[in-house]
Design a protein around this ligand. Sequence first.
Ligand SMILES: *Cc1c(COP(=O)(O)O)cnc(C)c1O
Ligand code: SF4
Length: 442
Amino acid sequence: MTEHKYQAYNARNFREITQLADWPASALREIETVARVLPFKTNNYVVDELIDWDQIPGDPMYTLNFPRRELLRAAHWQRLSRAVTRGLPEHDLKSLVRAIQLELNPDPSSQSANVPLLNGHRVSGAQHKYRETVLFFPQAGQSCHAFCTFCFRWPQFVGFSQSRFSGKDSQTMAEYLKIHPRVTDLLITGGDPMTMRAGVLETCLTPFLGKDLAHLRTIRIGTKSLSYWPYRYLSDPDSDDLLRLFDRVVKSGRNLSIMAHFNHPVELSTEAVRKAIIRLRGTGAQIRTQSPLLHHINDKPELWAEMWRQQVDLNCIPYYMFVERDTGAKHFFALPLERCWQIFRQAYQRVSGLGRTVKGPVMSATPGKVEILGVTELNDEKVFMLRFIQGRNADWVDRPFFALYDRTATWLNGLKPAFGEHDFFFEKELKGMLTARMQPMG
Ligand SMILES: *Cc1c(COP(=O)(O)O)cnc(C)c1O
Ligand code: SF4
């Protein structure tokens, strides 16, 4: 296949995008101003193949990629745009931007509490929150082909937490895994690990493929590359090397799961993504799919049903529907939990059993992954029924628990226990864990 030239766009060069050529200066300035606070990056595939420019500003792929003033709270936008218009010196502007960023909850779900220890030292670039699965953030994979405007990783893209969360060295990670025989899954994540060259990814993966790590059964790679740059698997100079590497992982006897991130059916519609999925599947890799539920992007059950059906057609396995996290532009994308559940169940009802491998809606929160099972009435009290599908303590998993119904809550921390109880059943233990920075049992 002929090579597709990759063109990244960001706040410095986005004015070169031809589709923006006749836009008024004020609209371009708005993008630039918001991009001071929230990261902005896109590319020519997204711009030319995914965005429907006749549907601006409502187009979901446009909304997913381009900053707009509504992503900031009104007060933040006013302070910032006034400062820009008044020509505040760059240094003062930077302080203002930092102050706003700090008000956007840059460390949601206490992620920094999950960094494991090896011989008393922090294993940099690792998170071990659930017993069976360790996350690894290789340093070379801490960027993305484009940035999603809702992304909870925005702090690392604007330089907050990069160093804290990225690992130079998968050898140390492998040493850690060797003494944790209950870990079966390694999830390589980022940013997007598929922004790494094939050779770099190979160096990263090789320490995990040996017989000495026989208990490591699954390598997962979290990526949005299928959606944002499917040519990664087709026509990049190292595409063939990449597929050979995936062959090698599968031949090591492990499950290779590509955790593909799709937010909208349009991302599955191009010839390139369909070819890329076929090539990837040809290596023996499985593709599982996940996405948050996002106001303005995919808040309709028909869209999800369509997405899951197409994924099953393409031999992908629907896996998670997430609730948007409590960080960054949350106020723009969030939906009340009850609405999330309604959208989930209406979509779930519309697909056959093969599409119902999906779990959701799920909040990936401080104590664990909490699934909303529904809204119901018990003892004359309207309640949310919830359960953990992952817990900091594995014993919390799959116990139904109840929260008082709340029409407007958008996250676990907005919920209170039902039936007059003071705490949720896990709260006391969780507090102890966070204080002790205790790690899951190995
Ligand atoms: C979601 C998640 C995992 C993986 O959980 P699975 O249920 O196995 O998919 C692992 N670690 C963290 C921190 C997670 O958020
Ligand atoms: S591709 Fe993934 S990690 Fe990157 S910005 Fe989008 S959601 Fe975030």
